[in-house]
Write a protein that binds this ligand. Structure first.
Ligand SMILES: Nc1ncnc2c1ncn2[C@@H]1O[C@H](COP(=O)(O)OP(=O)(O)OP(=O)(O)O)[C@@H](O)[C@H]1O
Ligand SMILES: [Mg+2]
Length: 347
């Protein structure tokens, strides 16, 4: 039996002829449909793997480091938490893991309040905050073995995660002699050891060379796509995670400036487009544009106007030609993602 309200968003066709409403307002489902509905119900209740409500924090009495953060990390997503240095990314992630004591607001992970369920939540969560804590005099396997005993997870997991991050051949090499990239990969292996459902990674590609970044990105994509792990990772570079994430949250000075799908962020590229004209006569070109009630600007010998309809653009081109002006170029300038990101953090 399941509450009717729980199934409200499910299309009628799924329920049609397959349930009976009991007196107490609950629906009893025929077995055939139950597993489908059950899985939908689970997905609905875990729509957000991580959620914060009005999360605020300050380290001292005067400056608020986080202001009313409403983070929504969809289950199964790769969520890029973006912001410049000092924006509040690490503080937010530390709060989510209970490493910093929450002061104001709510934190829900797997739909449960963190405070009352911290141990259970952490059993299902792997994390790497800033750089991994490794015992430099021990090998990768020995570092893993220490954690394996704490988690009491199967020993076979150690080889599996080492293989996953490409460190299976490091043998007797002490981790103190590992490169930055190898340490970072081992940090991710440690975070994966207990088969978590959620990975929280603070700048996982920090300090890596382009090759190392590509390797970590493809590893994270594999974990998300093949094992369904929800990944929340922070970065201060959009370009670094653009090819990886499905969702984006942009934070600046402790406030959320944007949150949504990468697609929604990209749609902002369509906004604020400009049109550029290159002609043999700038002053006359500017006059033609002014005659159309538009305000032209000049940059690098070209004339730029804010977004205009196709009709207006065609009309301007026609008028330029009618005035004997040679038009070399008439094109659209779209904002690149980085510009949109910079606009968001400079608001
Ligand atoms: N333990 C602390 N005590 C006092 N202030 C702190 C502490 N930790 C962080 N802060 C302050 O909180 C603000 C946010 O820091 P945080 O480390 O969360 O930023 P960040 O977005 O992770 O930056 P970065 O990209 O440099 O890692 C900064 O102004 C920082 O100085
Ligand atoms: Mg940080």
């Amino acid at each position: 039996m399941v509450s009717l309200a729980q199934f409200h968003p499910i299309p009628g066709s799924i329920l049609q002829n397959n349930y009976s409403i009991l007196q107490n307002g609950c629906i009893c489902l025929f077995v055939k449909q139950f597993s489908l509905l059950h899985s939908i119900a689970i997905n609905l209740s875990f729509m957000y793997c991580v959620q914060t409500r009005q999360l605020s924090h300050s380290f001292s009495s005067h400056a608020a480091v986080l202001q009313q953060i409403n983070l929504q990390v969809p289950t199964g997503s790769i969520y890029g938490f973006l912001g410049p240095n000092g924006a509040g990314k690490t503080t937010t992630l530390r709060l989510l893991l209970g490493l910093v004591k929450k002061q104001q607001g709510e934190i829900l992970i797997f739909d449960k309040p963190l405070e009352k369920n911290r141990v259970g939540i952490l059993k299902q969560t792997g994390s790497l905050i800033e750089s991994p804590s490794l015992y430099g005099h021990l090998t990768a396997m020995e570092n893993l073995a220490l954690l394996q005993k704490i988690y009491r997870c199967p020993r076979k997991n150690m080889l599996e995660v080492l293989h996953l991050v490409g460190l299976e051949n490091t043998g007797n090499k002490k981790t103190g002699q590992f490169s930055l990239g190898m340490k970072q990969r081992l940090g991710i292996a440690l975070a994966l050891l207990h088969n978590p459902e959620l990975l929280v990674l603070d700048e996982p590609t920090n300090g890596l060379d382009p090759n190392g970044m590509i390797e970590i990105r493809s590893l994270l994509l594999k974990l998300n796509q093949q094992q369904g792990i929800t990944i929340l990772l922070s970065s201060h570079l959009l370009a670094e995670i653009e090819k990886l994430v499905s969702h984006v949250g942009v934070i600046n000075k402790g406030a959320m400036m944007f949150q949504g799908t990468l697609e929604a962020l990209k749609n902002k590229q369509q906004e604020n487009v400009s049109i550029v004209f290159e002609t043999n006569n700038i002053s006359q070109t500017m006059q033609v544009i002014r005659d159309n009630n538009l305000v032209p600007e000049m940059a690098e010998g070209k004339v730029i106007i804010p977004a205009a309809s196709k009709n207006i653009t065609a009309k301007i081109i026609q008028q330029l030609i009618n005035n004997g002006i040679e038009v070399y170029e008439a094109g659209i300038i779209k904002n690149d993602l980085e510009t949109i990101f910079m606009d968001l953090i400079n608001k």
